[in-house]
Design a protein around this ligand. Structure first.
Ligand code: HEM
Length: 155
């Protein structure tokens, strides 16, 4: 069922993350991803980002990916250390290219402003590297790219 997402499985690492947004100064970041499968009809993931200079932990998210066996629709369910939870859905645009977009974003009542309203991601293989691109709309800014990163597969 999740076999068509098996290209995501394993550990990935990048020292080449690029962050930007109209309201922010450009920044670089490091990130480690892991996608695991234990036989259930889902893939579990952890995404851990680190400051490029100090290597200190930054953004973290954990969650699950599921696929509807009938429609092949993919659901990406994520909880983030910033107090955000979200469900994105979408589909494979190519055998190794996933496009998803949030339909539900939940926030802590005491989360920082501006609040995230909508998130879009693409995951795709570029040669033997995995690329993730994340765009978001906030209460202050329309849908704009925030992150662009290519990961190498770890042993
Ligand atoms: C800022 C959302 C992932 C690094 C922000 C802001 C939002 C946001 C709403 C404030 C924007 C503004 O002030 O206009 C998200 C979402 C993410 C995500 C929804 C994932 C889906 C990441 C990752 C990193 C990162 C992986 C990597 C280190 C930053 C930095 C800032 C920022 C450095 C500016 C400083 C700060 O406010 O902490 N992000 N972010 N973000 N984000 Fe992200």
């Amino acid at each position: 069922m999740v076999a068509s997402l098996s290209w995501l499985l394993g550990k990935w690492r990048s020292e080449d993350g690029f962050g930007h947004y109209p309201t922010l100064k450009d920044f670089k970041y490091i990130e480690e991803l892991e996608f695991t499968h234990i036989g259930q009809p889902n893939i579990q993931f952890t995404f851990y980002a680190f400051n490029f200079e100090t290597k200190k932990p930054m953004h973290r998210e954990v969650g699950f990916i599921r696929m509807d066996p009938e429609t092949k629709k993919v659901a990406f369910i994520s909880a983030q250390n910033t107090g955000l939870v979200e469900v994105e859905e979408g589909e494979l645009a190519a055998p190794q290219e996933l496009h998803i977009q949030s339909h539900t974003v939940g926030r802590m009542t005491f989360g920082k402003e501006p609040g995230v309203k909508e998130i879009k991601r693409t995951f795709k293989m570029v040669g033997d590297e995995l690329e993730q691109v994340i765009s978001m709309a906030t209460s202050a800014t329309a849908m704009t790219e925030h992150l662009r990163i290519r990961y190498k597969k770890m042993p």
